[in-house]
Unconditional design. Structure first.
Length: 186
């Protein structure tokens, strides 16, 4: 069965699809959520402006921190050896005092040099410098540099017979190898 409405749709398919005609002279009304959208847009823009300001502030803070760290690194480089040099001042004082003494004996001069050397070794030891004196020890190519090899009845083969020059370690890292003579292996 066909209803009156179905027949009307068949003859005029756009009948229900057309919006009702606006009355002449009627003003156009805003959509009901327009004011809410404007308020949301303004809130988002304000938040965006705040985020931009915070980002600029953080960028400036990072830039200031980078500059401060660069200054601190430069100061650390310039004064890294301040403690060492401060510790060396008494050694310099001892040397100067020894040079002021005139007409003294060789024995006194030697004693003064020994005292100054002990002061110097204490300073360098306190700053991580350790002597490598391998006399009589097995040859270690990591810490020793062989200058020559000799036959030796007193030392086992591969052991250090003589030290030409001590080696030095700085905080467990080789600063200079010891120059040595090694007993020949059979």
């Amino acid at each position: 069965m066909t209803s009156h409405r179905d027949i009307e749709q068949q003859h005029n398919p756009t009948a229900d699809a057309r919006p009702p005609a606006a009355e002449p002279g009627a003003e156009r009304q805003e959509a009901p959520g327009h004011a809410d959208l404007v308020a949301q847009l303004e809130a988002v823009q304000a938040e965006l402006a705040q985020l931009r300001e915070e980002a600029l502030r953080e960028r400036a803070d990072l830039d200031n921190q980078r500059k401060r760290i660069a200054r601190e690194i430069e100061m650390a480089r310039r004064f890294a050896n301040e403690r060492l040099l401060s510790d060396l001042l008494p050694v310099i004082d001892s040397l100067e005092a020894g040079l002021k003494v005139e007409g003294d004996t060789a024995r006194h001069l030697r004693e003064g040099m020994e005292l100054t050397l002990r002061q110097l070794l204490k300073v360098v030891g306190d700053n991580g410098l350790v002597a490598v004196d391998p006399q009589g020890q097995p040859f270690d190519p990591e810490r020793h540099q062989a200058m020559s090899m000799v036959d030796s009845a007193e030392h086992p083969p591969g052991h250090v017979v003589q030290v030409y020059q001590k080696g030095w370690l700085l905080n467990e890292r080789l600063l200079r190898p010891a120059l040595v003579v090694v007993a020949k292996t059979e």
